[in-house]
Ligand binder design. Structure first.
Ligand code: SAM
Length: 213
């Protein structure tokens, strides 16, 4: 499966068909456990929790195991099917829904915490704006968004769109306070060897953003 290059997602988001092809096999980002950046901030997370672009659900499942009410959404049915299977196996009461994260504005749910592990960086400029506008509707005043995205410091163009610190500040300039943006690295599935990223995993930003109010 060829990864979309970062240059072609500025105007067009990575589409559902591309993600469906990834989920026909083991996806490169699917490490069968939460990324450590999210487990490290577990004490800052409060219920209810939204895992946006949840994939096979490891972050929602992790927070549910911590006792939180968690909902995971993804627009790929196969990802949600696998996530529901894990929830049943682990006996965790997570709700997993097939839902488009660029259309959150019409949803009645409200969240105190949102996990975005690898979603923001798949969006075009327009969908990025739609996503953030939708988040503004569903995140409660004072609620926190925890977001990890490929960094502009990761060399090359294979893989998702690179995101700069400035783009993160810009995206959350209105109605949000960017509390911190820290460099980190994303753990990838070791079975995925087609693309060589930086040693230790692709360079990323881990941002904590608070909804004003
Ligand atoms: C890089 S993967 C990360 C998956 C998961 N968060 C993880 O850490 O394993 C991005 C996920 O976002 C989902 N996605 C992309 N665009 C979406 C959209 N518009 N609405 C909902 N999910 C979307 C993809 O299907 C994919 O599962």
């Amino acid at each position: 499966m060829t990864l979309p290059t970062s240059s072609n997602v500025v105007r067009q988001s990575v589409d559902r068909a591309t993600f469906e092809s990834f989920y026909a096999g083991p996806a490169p980002w699917d490490i069968n456990k939460p990324q450590k950046q999210f487990t490290a901030i577990a004490d800052r997370v409060t219920s209810p929790v939204l895992d946006a672009g949840c994939g096979t659900g490891e972050h929602a499942l992790f927070f549910a195991a911590q006792g939180h009410r968690a909902i995971g959404i993804d627009f790929v049915e196969e990802a949600i099917r696998r996530a529901r299977g894990k929830a049943a196996e682990r006996n965790l009461p997570v709700e997993f829904l097939v839902k488009d994260a660029t259309k959150l504005g019409d949803w009645g749910e409200r969240f105190a915490s949102v996990i975005d592990c690898g979603l923001f960086h798949v969006f075009s400029d327009d969908d990025r704006r739609r996503y953030v506008e939708g988040l503004a509707q569903v995140v409660k005043p004072g609620g926190l968004l925890f977001l990890m995205a490929f960094s502009n410091e990761e060399p090359g163009t294979e893989g998702p769109r690179r995101v700069s610190r400035q783009e993160l500040y810009h995206a959350f300039a209105d109605g949000w306070d960017v509390e911190s943006i820290q460099p980190c690295q994303i753990e990838v599935n070791p079975a995925f060897t087609e693309v060589k990223f930086s040693a230790g995993g692709p360079k990323a930003w881990f941002a904590i953003v608070r909804r004003k109010g």
